[in-house]
Design a protein around this ligand. Sequence first.
Ligand code: FE
Length: 430
Amino acid sequence: MYTYALKGTIAYTPEREHFLIRENTYLVCENGKVAGTYDKLPPHLAGIEVHDFGNAFIIPGMCDIHVHASQSPFQGIGQNIENGKWNTWFDRYAFPDEAKFRDPAYAKAAYTDFVKKLQTTPTTRVCAYATSDIEATHILMDILNEYGFAGYVGNVSMDRNCNPELLRSTEETLHETRIWLEKCKNGVGAVYPIITPRYFPTCTEVSLAGLGKLAQEFQVPVQSHLSESRDEIAWVKSIDPTLAYYAQAYERHGLLNGIPCSIMAHCVFSSKAEQEALKRNHVLVAHCPQSNLNSSGMTAPVLQYLDEGIEVGLGTDVGGGNTLNLFKTIFEAVLSTKIDRANGMAEQKKRILSLPGAFYLATKGGGILWKSGSFEKDYCFDAVVIDDSRIKDRNQRTVYERLERIISLSDDRDIVRKYINGREVYRKGA
Ligand code: FE
């Protein structure tokens, strides 16, 4: 690694409610970390290599903290099921598609498609679900690493209530998870393992207890789903009527306090007691606004979580969501609080999530896992360069308006470069 600088219009959110936007600014990288931002390079940095992007924007790489890589092949399909039940989407789309990953050739091709799509989004880090096939999980880790990505990948544990191709016995799922952790506990490049019970209905008590022990033994994080829909919560309650709240099914086995933390997706219908458990265990909530609307037509009380000091990041939840581009998710996170406001939900009547607030969740919010998502000193040097000339209009716009328009309108065509841990991983046209 060496010291160099990117120059352009840098934009990031050191705090949740405010963009810091500076034009003609140097963003200096030293050994894969942010060394500082400067209007003029100081003497000790004179002569370093500078990549000048003119008035293009340079933003922190974004963190998609809930995405099913194995559902990417059917992205955009299956979100308009009429009169479906809770299981219809799984039985018709998710489970049959995930079963295809048993074939390593298919897994390699499909995961390569996924990672290539990810390459032209603002995302630099993921918390991804693979499938219950260990070989395919290794393949996903390898491909993410090959393309320079950082993050966590989970082999999905299921020992009940799924289709036969994905089902493992309790012994198998625990044994395979242990072998996998032993093999990749030190990471494949910057891609690390994460314990992944799909969710309570697909995991027996014995497997959850075993996974909790593995999480502690290997000091790894945990990801799962929580309180996504009322049907799901009713199902959970019918499986174990003694639960005071859904998250207790994870908490009692040490799965809510993974290391550095556990990531729980959705939390749309979390009760007060469950919210206290989230806070007590320092859980990072993966807010997936589009997927929430697709599945239940509901919104998660994200402003309330933030008020209460619960950590929140953003997830696309492909294929429950239909975009891998977190700019869209930012937009949807704001929209979903407008729905809350219109519906007069008690605490949220007068407020919406601000644009910088949603941007913060996509960057520094989820980035709490890695100390990424900001251009403050010593943060991971993840940067995305975006040229907005394709989407400009004939009027003079402020830098804030230009950034707002990038979030609303830009796509893969506008991503010029991408850097992860200081390394260039994508160059448009190369
Ligand atoms: Fe999900």
